[in-house]
Structures are given as structure tokens and as C-alpha cells.
Design a protein around this ligand. Structure first.
Ligand code: ATP
Length: 199
């Protein structure tokens, strides 16, 4: 599924609002060491729902907010917007253009939206689940990730295969349904206790 553009504002080294348009074909990003190339792929993973500060090379999530430099003071929030072309309906939604946004403030407040409509992180994760994209998919291979996959435990490798095979979403829905079933069973027991007390 083609990416259309990435807009970064206040994310890591990107203090100024920066928009990268991905035109058809291959886009290469080149630059000297430490100029922010990896920060761009991290911005993509972050907006798609990455929740591990460590995997974004930080200690805490607020470390992704521009921390200031000799000439500029730190920023109070980071914002990333990623736009996709969904004309081939690879994501399970009728919309042809999808734009997802994530914003994080230093005080920990966070906002997510899909096509400018506020949503939960879960909605973004589910949108990409089984699409072959998503924060941990093979569409983004960071430095060291290949070794990490080779060295992973069988159970972790299995979850990678399940995501690629398109069954991860159903597994998650099964867990949610089982939790609901268990809550309902508890409620039924409670009702039956009340009925026998009243009898
Ligand atoms: P290499 O080619 O060596 O892999 P790169 O081009 O991929 O480098 P990155 O690792 O993306 O570079 O960027 C590292 C830079 O980002 C460092 O200069 C670091 O100081 C800066 N940086 C990281 N987090 C922040 C932050 N929160 N605020 C400001 N700058 C940051």
C-alpha cells in the first residue's frame, strides 16, 4: 500500500515541521551520520502505534519530543501524520485516503486520530493488523532487527508468522470474546446467587 506523505513536527531531531512526499517508485533518504534518517522510520513506527520507548531508542516515551539544541529550546509536544493511498482497499475501510495522526505532550497527554477523527490507539493498531504493515511488520526493518528475528524465541517467531498469515486480528478478537464470555458467566453466577437467596 503506497505511503503518500509523512509530516513530522517536534519528533526527535525534527524541530521544524517537515513534510516528506513519497512519490511513485523508490524513495531513498540519504544524509550524514546522525542527521535523522533512522528518526524518520521511527516516526513512521510511532504513528502506527509503537508503545515501546526502548525500541525507539529512548528511556521514556517523552524522549521522542525534540529536546532542544544550542540554538533552540525544547518543544512541548511531538506530532506525526502519515498519509496512505488506500484506493486498492488493502486496509479494511472504505476510505480511499487514510491519514493517521499521533500527538504526545510532555505531560504525557496523548492524542490519536484517523482522518481527523479522534480515536484510540487500539483503532490504529486494528486498522493495520493483518495488513502486513503495522508497527512491528516486515515493511519496516530497522538496524539490528534481522539479527533480533533470528535470535528470537519460537513463540515470538510464531507471532510474526501469524501476523503475516493474517490471523493476528482474529486471535485478538478471540481473546476479547473470551474475556467477555467470562464476565458474562460471572454475572450469571451472581444473578443465580441472588435468585437462590430470594427463593
Ligand atoms: P546513522 O547514519 O549514524 O545511523 P541517522 O541519520 O540514522 O544516523 P538518527 O539516528 O536518526 O541519525 O538521528 C540521531 C540524531 O537525532 C542525534 O543527533 C540525536 O541527538 C538526535 N535526537 C534524538 N532524539 C532527539 C530529541 N528528542 N531531541 C533532539 N534531537 C534528538
Amino acid at each position: 500500500m503506497p505511503l503518500k506523505s509523512l509530516t513530522i513536527n517536534g519528533f526527535k531531531s525534527f524541530a521544524d515541521k517537515t513534510k516528506i512526499d513519497f512519490t511513485s517508485g523508490i524513495t531513498g533518504i540519504v544524509g550524514p551520520n546522525g542527521s535523522g534518517k533512522s528518526n524518520i522510520t521511527e516516526a513512521i513506527r510511532w504513528v502506527m502505534g509503537e508503545q515501546s520507548a526502548k525500541s525507539l531508542r529512548g528511556d521514556k516515551m517523552a524522549d521522542i519530543i525534540f529536546a532542544g539544541s544550542d540554538t533552540r529550546s525544547q518543544m512541548n509536544h511531538a506530532e506525526v501524520v502519515l498519509e496512505f493511498d488506500n484506493s486498492k482497499k488493502e486496509l479494511k475501510t472504505d476510505q480511499e485516503n487514510i491519514s493517521i495522526k499521533r500527538k504526545l505532550y510532555r505531560n504525557g497527554d496523548t492524542e490519536f486520530s484517523i482522518n481527523n477523527k479522534e480515536c484510540r490507539l487500539k483503532d490504529i493498531t486494528e486498522l493495520f493488523m493483518d495488513s502486513g504493515m503495522g508497527k512491528q511488520s516486515f515493511s519496516i526493518i530497522s538496524q539490528g532487527r534481522v539479527e533480533e528475528i533470528f535470535n528470537s524465541k519460537p513463540i515470538q517467531r510464531r507471532s510474526i508468522i501469524e501476523e503475516s498469515a493474517g490471523i493476528a486480528l482474529f486471535k485478538q478478537k478471540k481473546i476479547q470474546a473470551e474475556n467477555k464470555l467470562s464476565e458474562t458467566t460471572d454475572n450469571l453466577h451472581r444473578v443465580s446467587d441472588i435468585v437462590s437467596e430470594l427463593a
